[in-house]
Design a binder for this molecule. Structure first.
Ligand code: UD1
Ligand code: CA
Length: 455
């Protein structure tokens, strides 16, 4: 059997390099951290864009960062470990930024995809459409365009007889060109074999004195090559330059995530009040009441109900669990099926066994709680001695009386009882009753004698 295909044929997948521009200063964010590290649904804009280009089948990724942007480089590597990081030492325009990746472009790819890390909502499908526009139409360049409700500030797409002839930046446009509303979203795909010659031919004789990536369209046309436009919705191509736009982008991302969850079988009583994370995983028939927040890393099993004002982060929740109202699950909370977590209960780094109940006003941290155990109101696992964290281990079917303090490290056996108000500092064996509190003292008539003496 010969597994080598000598002629891959026209249907062979085209290789693709994505160059992600992330060298911007982001001055208008008025932030100590670089713009592209600001988050949408708990994930940086940069990571969001990298996830989208990866989903669009990009084999190789280069990220162009500014000088002193080590955190941006680290974020890119965390998202795509094979990403090539290149530094654009001076900001001289979008074409100059792409050429910072000259060496890797020269390796030779069928498609070169250029995208902006501050344009974070572009869907993988749109990147894929840009690529297939090259493959099927034979264009040298495919540009992502949109109908702008207010085109000011954007490059205009000059289209004649269905052909894209040039992109004119606002500052360089004639009054007639400024009336055009079909605009450049900034993202494009170039034929990888032509890309370097086009990019290197770009000059900076324009109003800003910058090397404009957009000039590659007119240069291609001058060489008798063609360019095409792929039109996207305006909301999808919105750029984020300040915190107002960041909030608008967050709202769009949240709406996408909620709609996807509901279509997959989740009930939300008031969807707009629920905040999801990019990686929230919700099972079928999960019911989410109003005002629930999911931080990163949460998985919820089928049939679980999350009641109002609960906050979950880094938690794994089993099937048919009830949580809240006003519950907090922190990283490492692992709830087995049919667990009940009630109001004002905080759970951190703790496994809670099937059917266990922690219904009121408790802190359970660095602990494991066996199946069917009942933890009474106000129970605290005292896990911290000021230097180190210690574990509390509670067996199955135990009963922890209300307002108990369990001073870790401590173990409580299966079926044991802890008397209410106890401070438990030593291990309790299975089926034992432990009381760690002062014995009650009663003094009959004491108050009456006090009163009689005063009058
Ligand atoms: C660009 C397009 C414009 C389009 C608009 C859409 C060009 C010349 N113009 O204009 O047609 O309508 O986006 O938003 O491409 N960057 C670098 N290094 C640089 C310059 C820019 O990394 O030297 C990055 C920026 O951080 C940003 C992106 O490239 O992420 C776009 O640059 P920006 O200066 O914002 O371009 P616009 O003038 O908005
Ligand atoms: Ca811009």
């Amino acid at each position: 059997m010969n597994s080598v295909r000598l002629d891959p044929g026209p249907s062979a997948p085209r290789s693709c390099l994505a160059v992600v521009l992330a060298a911007g200063e982001g001055t208008r964010m008025r932030s100590a951290i670089p713009k592209v590290l600001h988050e949408l649904a708990g994930r940086s804009m940069l990571a969001q864009v990298l996830a989208a280009v990866t989903a669009a089948g990009t084999g190789r990724v280069a990220v162009v960062v500014g000088p002193d942007h080590d955190e941006v480089a680290a974020e890119a590597r965390a998202a795509v470990p094979t990403a090539k990081i290149v530094v654009q030492a001076e900001r001289k325009g979008t074409a100059h930024a792409v050429l910072a990746a000259r060496e890797i472009i020269a390796e030779g790819f069928d498609d070169l995809l250029v995208c902006f890390a501050d344009t974070p909502l572009v869907a993988p499908e749109s990147f894929a459409r840009l690529r297939s526009c090259l493959a099927t139409e034979g264009h040298a360049v495919a540009v992502l365009g949109f109908e702008a409700s207010d085109p000011s500030g954007y490059g205009r797409l000059l289209v004649e007889a269905g052909r894209l002839l040039a992109i004119r930046e606002e500052r360089d446009a004639s009054p007639a060109e400024r009336t055009l509303t079909l605009c450049n979203a900034g993202l494009m795909a170039l034929d990888g074999r032509l890309a370097l010659s086009l990019l290197e031919a770009i000059g900076n004789a324009n109003a800003k004195g910058e090397y404009y990536l957009t000039d590659c369209v007119a240069l291609a046309a001058a060489k008798g090559l063609t360019a095409g436009v792929v039109v996207a919705a305006e909301a999808e191509v919105m750029g984020v330059n300040d915190r107002v736009q960041l909030a608008a982008a967050e709202a769009l991302v949240q709406r996408r995530l909620r709609e996807a969850a509901m279509r997959a079988g989740v009930t939300m009583l008031d969807p707009s009040s629920v905040t999801l994370s990019h990686d929230t995983r919700l099972g079928r028939d999960v019911v989410i009441e109003p005002h629930v927040v999911f931080g990163p890393g949460v998985t919820v099993g089928d049939g679980t109900r999350i009641r109002s004002f609960s906050h979950l982060e880094g938690a794994t929740v089993g099937q048919r669990v009830t949580i809240g109202p006003f519950a907090r699950l922190r990283p490492g909370a692992k709830l087995a099926e049919k667990v009940h977590i009630g109001n004002f209960v905080e759970v951190k780094a703790a496994e809670v066994g099937a059917g266990a109940k922690i219904n009121h006003l408790s802190y359970i941290g660095d602990a494991s709680i066996g199946a069917r155990t009942n933890v009474g109101a106000g129970t605290i696992t005292c896990n911290y001695d000021g230097f180190h964290k210690h574990r509390t281990v509670i067996g199955e079917g135990a009963f922890i009386g209300s307002n108990s303090a369990l001073v870790a490290p401590v173990e409580i056996g299966n079926g044991a009882y802890i008397g209410s108000g106890s401070v438990i500092t030593e291990d309790v064996e299975a089926d034992a009753l432990a009381l760690g509190r002062a014995r009650q003292v009663a003094k009959p008539g004491w108050v009456k004698r006090l009163r009689d003496g005063k009058s």
